[in-house]
Design a protein around this ligand. Structure first.
Ligand code: NAD
Length: 496
């Protein structure tokens, strides 16, 4: 089925070219077979993309478009994504190992993101500000110019759209660098953008090594902003480089998100939400609810129920509609997840379920890892502090509201939180006291393009999505227009 996959050429400033950087091998994590071997982008490829982008972005054919005219391109890209939905979902499943059901949902959300940003673009207004003198004052917005979007491997089409749609809507040119484990779906997006007729040069897709092409994009003087999603340590490095050239950077980073079950919770709702929150995407999600606090009065009974439900999850082939937990993205990543669990056990954790790679049949060739629950841990243990980015949940008891707020916040990350209770005033109090960018109440991992998203503390800086999401890719400018028609009195022109 590899004929259904992009051929491995890169999209460099509107031209399909073979990269001249290091080789990238995309594998299908379900059986380890090779999807494509391609050459990534070198610095020279990146320089070429930047030169073409500069030209295209400055061209009045793009720069001069009114918002509603620019919006048409976004609608066409959304239509192209919808028309190719099955193919894109298949490519993303091949690239990442995610279930087809999940990648289909991500593709639909990518199309919706382009449509939403088109609508937002047409309806976002510049403003007249209150005059403080005999002049008219306006606050208007300009494109930044060239924007680099650097994305991780876990949900490429959705995280690509989340950056590319608002950045294009704002009138910029965009250089997208996907992760090396998942280059193909972003190259497919390039094909769709090309078919939508976006002027050549405005969009590039440059898979390649972070330290080579990624670095170029961050350091290049022509790049006006980097929008990054990925790990916290990479984000920190980027922020340092960005500070050097005083460039704005938005960072969507990692998480160790608490989910909290109070004793009055609807337990059926809570179990389903917690399972989905931590084990869908095999836990390879920045917002995975990986740190579970259960109120002491129901701890034993609830954890028993959760473990039983976890053991019933179907772990298998991502192309099989029955599968709930698919393989991890890469054998190397599975080794990293297994090492986290081994370390936790060495530190004293008890394995309640999972904790191993399944064997036999399809499991022998794919990067599978069983959904794992660990107890007998304290909130300060490594396993409760570090992001595993796999199907691993830690469970801890708590006493009361104050205790769980303190434990929930006692972590370097601040991305998301889930609360399960029937007591709304309590849910509201806890939601306001938890230091995270998103709080879900009696639900988890729901996403809406109309609602801002981002992290606190080590989980990142800045917000994406929402109508204001476009503004993050624009430079605000103030205009003053004289209304008097008289020379400024300071110059005393009348006196001479
Ligand atoms: P990563 O940080 O290793 O890589 C992310 C991207 O940055 C890749 O494209 C990579 O090639 C590039 N990169 C690496 N080094 C670079 C450098 N020096 N300069 C420029 N670019 C560089 O992350 P990953 O392993 O691909 O993804 C997993 C991480 O992403 C997890 O920590 C996860 O929590 C995070 N994530 C966050 C969100 C969010 O919205 N907060 C969403 C998804 C994933």
């Amino acid at each position: 089925m590899t004929h259904d996959l992009p051929d491995g050429r890169l999209f460099i400033g509107g031209e399909w070219e073979i990269g001249t950087g290091a080789e990238i091998t995309s594998i299908f994590p379900a059986d380890g077979s090779v999807n494509r071997v391609l050459k990534g982008a070198s610095r020279a490829d990146g320089e070429r993309a930047i030169a073409r982008a500069l030209k295209a972005q400055a061209d009045p054919a793009w720069r001069g478009l009114k918002p509603h005219e620019r919006a048409r391109y976004l609608h066409r890209i959304a239509d192209g994504i919808d028309a190719n939905a099955q193919r894109i979902a298949f490519i993303q499943t091949r690239d990442t190992g995610k279930t087809l059901r999940e990648t289909s949902a991500l593709v639909a959300s990518a199309a919706a993101t382009f449509r939403y940003m088109a609508a937002a673009l047409e309806t976002l207004d510049d403003s007249l500000t209150s005059p403080r003198g005999d002049y008219l004052t306006m606050s208007v917005h300009e494109p930044l110019g060239l924007v680099a979007a650097i994305t991780p491997w876990n949900s490429p089409i959705a995280s690509d759209a989340q950056k590319v749609a608002p950045a294009l809507a704002a009138g910029n040119a965009v250089l997208l660098k996907p992760a090396s484990w998942s280059p193909l779906v972003s190259l497919e997006l390039a094909r769709i953008v090309e078919e939508a007729g976006l002027p050549k040069g405005l969009f590039s897709v440059l898979p390649g090594a972070g330290r080579e092409i990624g670095n170029l994009l961050v350091e290049h003087p022509s790049i006006a902003k980097v929008s990054f999603t990925g790990g916290t340590s990479t984000g920190r490095t980027l922020a340092r480089q960005a500070a050097e050239k005083l460039m704005p950077v938005s960072l969507e980073l990692g998480g160790k998100s608490p989910t909290i079950v109070f004793s009055d919770a609807d337990q059926e709702l809570a179990v389903a939400g917690i399972l989905f929150g931590v084990f869908s995407s095999s836990g390879q999600s920045c917002i995975a609810g990986s740190r579970l606090f259960v109120q002491r009065a129901i701890y034993d009974q609830f954890v028993t129920r959760l473990v039983a439900a976890t053991k019933a999850l179907v772990v298998g082939d991502p192309l099989d509609p029955a599968t709930q937990v698919a393989p991890l993205v890469h054998p190397d990543h599975r080794s990293a997840v297994a090492a986290h669990v081994a370390q936790a056990v060495e530190d004293g954790a008890t394995v309640l379920c999972g904790g191993f790679a399944p064997e036999g049949g399809i499991y022998d060739t794919g990067s599978y890892y069983m959904p794992t629950i660990l107890s007998n841990v304290t909130n300060t243990d490594r396993i409760c502090r570090e992001e595993v980015f796999g199907p691993v949940l830690v469970v801890l008891p708590f006493d009361d509201e104050a205790d769980v707020i303190a434990q929930g916040n006692d972590n370097d990350y601040g991305l998301a939180c889930g609360l399960w209770t029937r007591d709304f005033p309590r849910a509201y109090r806890v939601a306001r006291a938890i230091t995270t960018g998103t709080v879900w109440i009696n639900t988890y991992k729901q996403f809406s393009i109309s609602t801002p998203f981002g992290g606190e503390k080590d989980a990142g800086m800045g917000r994406e999505k929402g109508r204001e999401g476009i503004r993050a890719y624009m430079a605000q400018k103030s205009l003053y227009v004289d209304l008097t028609g008289r020379p400024h009195p300071w110059a005393r022109l009348q006196e001479g």
